[in-house]
Design a protein around this ligand. Structure first.
Ligand code: THU
Length: 135
């Protein structure tokens, strides 16, 4: 699957976002190393902090189906600049993405900024920072 196809999957799932509170729809499309696609949209809640972002929905779907090796993630929203993934999502990405996984952030105008995992969350807290017995 090429970059445009992955972004189109993110755009498509974005329309399924459950956003009665913010009305801000986000879509994410995640490609595993073996070519399996997982998509996610943001899912809000009346208890606002319970909301789950599109990126995390896609990653959690993949993890729960047994995939832990990833290649690329595309994220899209209707923003002026390519949508920046939130800090919590970057931390979840860093748990599962190797430093060379590619992240395409984009908007509905087709502007895209591309990052490696290392670029989007440098100096991230990792299991290697935990004491030996907690790894
Ligand atoms: N949102 C995402 O889905 N991903 C992000 O990286 C940024 C924020 C969602 C959460 C909430 O439903 C809405 O966008 C407004 O913050």
């Amino acid at each position: 699957m090429n970059q445009n196809e992955l972004i189109n999957h993110a755009k498509e799932i974005r329309t399924k976002a459950y956003t009665p509170y913010s009305k801000f729809q986000v879509g994410a499309a995640l490609l595993t190393e073996d070519g399996t696609l997982y998509t996610g949209c943001n899912i809000e809640n009346a208890a606002y902090p319970v909301t789950c972002c599109a990126e995390r929905v896609a990653i959690f779907k993949a993890i729960s189906e047994g995939h832990q090796k990833f290649k690329e993630l595309a994220v899209v929203a209707d923003t002026k600049r390519p949508v920046p993934p939130c800090g919590s999502c970057r931390q979840v990405m860093s748990e599962f993405f190797d430093s060379n996984v590619t992240i395409y952030t984009t908007n509905l105008d087709g502007e895209t900024k591309t990052f490696s995992m290392d670029e989007i969350l440098p100096f991230s807290f990792a299991s290697s920072d935990l004491p030996e017995e907690q790894k």
